[in-house]
Ligand binder design. Structure first.
Ligand code: TGC
Ligand code: FAD
Length: 403
């Protein structure tokens, strides 16, 4: 007979293919055995998170296992389904959203963008080393004065006055995951002549001194296991061959975001599931009033029931949208819906589950506070939840409410 499994309450696993289950298994094993010990070593060493110490080797290890750009075809990529790529993000984010962040930028935003919009030469040059984790990417859209409204960006690309076939890029990007250590930075800038947004692949090794700076942003109170920084461009020469040839306007960066937002929608379910698992264990062990475990109390059980329900519903919705995406039937609004809902529910439930730990929730050794701080960031980047509400509101009413 059927048995209820609190770790997969609606049996979402039955919707997965054998290949997807095998990929998820490989990813989960790597993440639990190799990643988890780095983010949360036993005291006194809680390295990555406490020290804001991102180990660049992680991307090489993921590359060796075929976890990067896993849903892309060719160029050393696994050519797996969208759902399989989402199961990888879920496994990584079960450990820490910061590790998933570094991977999303590499896989979805940069590799995905090059795969979709790059010339044959650009694909051949960048994709294979990026799939192996040898070359590291960053995605520069957000600016100090323009976050939710990237269409108003100020970064420009103008024709080089003396060197033909070159542009000069100037401007700043901020809150850019991986920027301090990236080898190739995908920068979105407006052409000075037309005002149209275009995408450029800025290669750090080719930038003359003083034309590219990528200072880190330190002392974050969330996503501390990932590295974040700025991109400052001062008349940085970039060959025209490094510009995406055809895509113009916000469609370029937003197409990359469709894939990354999808990955987040399953990723945050991993973080929420880890919160549920930790809270359940704690509630079974901790005893208060007549030596009862906290798990005996109805109010505690309701918190676990609510969280498990949201994780199960969110996972099913993400699998459905992933299937539609591979059939060419997913719309950006569907992705906005699951990105918004899953991030909001993960954050809300993580905050409630945190209560079960009492004072111990305040210690980073219990892991729950780390997820809460991380999940705030997931609700904010790649379109803050209220922005996704407005995208959905526009689709429902036909009236846009952004400006
Ligand atoms: P709007 O008029 O809506 O659209 C402008 C053009 O873009 C096209 N488009 C899309 N194309 C493909 N996919 C999508 N999802 C698209 N959304 C829009 C649209 O068709 C149009 O094309 P065209 O050819 O007609 O010009 O533009 P708007 O300026 O009114 O946009 C408003 C809004 C709010 C929807 C948009 O600006 C928005 O989504 N803002 C949120 C910003 C955001 O998501 N930033 C993400 C930065 S990257 C990041 O956070 C990475 S963190 C990664 C990590 O560490 O994990
Ligand atoms: P703002 O746009 O100033 O918004 C502030 C608040 O106002 C939000 O709650 C927003 O919803 C609300 N708001 C804004 N406009 C409206 C409106 N019209 N109606 C109602 N409410 C509105 N960006 C990149 O390009 N690449 C990266 O790799 C990247 N990584 C990041 C990593 C981290 C750790 C963080 C924190 C951010 C990262 N970002 C990155 C930036 C992220 O995408 C932006 O922070 C996000 O898009 C929001 O922009 P903002 O911070 O400027 O907020």
């Amino acid at each position: 007979g059927a048995v209820f499994n609190w770790q997969d309450p609606l049996a979402s696993n039955t919707l997965l293919t054998d290949e997807e289950l095998a990929i998820a298994d490989t990813a989960e094993r790597y993440c639990q055995e190799r990643l988890l010990p780095r983010v949360l070593l036993p005291p006194p060493r809680i390295e990555a998170y406490r020290d804001e110490n991102y180990d660049r080797e992680i991307l090489s290890e993921m590359g060796e296992l075929g976890l990067l750009g896993a849903n892309l075809q060719g160029y050393g990529c696994a050519g797996a389904s969208t759902v399989a790529a989402g199961l990888i993000t879920r496994a990584v984010e079960r450990v820490d959203s910061g590790y998933r962040s570094g991977m999303s930028v590499q896989s979805s935003l940069v590799m995905g963008g090059i795969h979709e919009f790059g010339t044959t030469e650009q694909k051949e040059k960048f994709l294979e080393p990026m799939a192996r984790g040898k070359l590291l990417g960053a995605f520069g859209l957000t600016e100090p004065n323009h976050g939710s409204d990237p269409g108003s960006m100020e970064t420009t690309a103008r024709q080089h006055p003396t060197k033909s076939g070159y542009f000069l890029l100037s401007g700043s990007k901020t809150w850019i995951t991986n920027s301090p250590i990236a080898d190739v930075l995908m920068v979105w800038a407006k052409l000075a002549e037309t005002g149209k947004i275009r995408g450029f692949l800025v290669e750090r090794k080719d930038c003359p001194p003083g034309t590219l700076e990528t200072p880190p942003i330190k002392n974050k109170n969330g996503l501390r296991a990932s590295i974040t920084g700025m991109i400052q461009l001062d008349n940085c020469p970039v060959p025209a061959a490094n510009m995406f040839p055809d895509v113009e306007g916000l469609r370029g960066p937003f197409s990359c975001l469709n894939s990354a937002r999808y990955g987040i929608s399953l990723g945050v379910m991993g973080a929420l599931e880890d919160c549920i698992s930790r809270a359940r264990t704690y509630a079974l062990e901790r005893r208060q009033f007549k030596n009862n475990p906290l798990a005996k109390y109805q109010l505690v059980q309701k918190k676990l029931a609510d969280a498990a329900t949201d994780a199960a519903y969110g996972t099913l919705a993400a699998i459905q949208v992933g299937r539609l995406k591979d059939e060419g039937k997913a719309t950006p609004e569907m992705i906005s819906m699951i990105k918004r809902q899953n991030c909001d529910r993960a954050l809300h439930n993580a905050r409630v589950l945190q209560e079960i730990f009492g004072g111990n929730a305040v210690s980073d050794e219990y892991g729950i506070g780390r997820h809460v701080a991380n999940l705030f960031v997931t609700q904010t980047y790649e379109g803050q939840s209220d922005i996704h509400s407005l995208i959905l509101g526009r689709a429902i009413t036909g009236v846009q409410a952004f400006a």
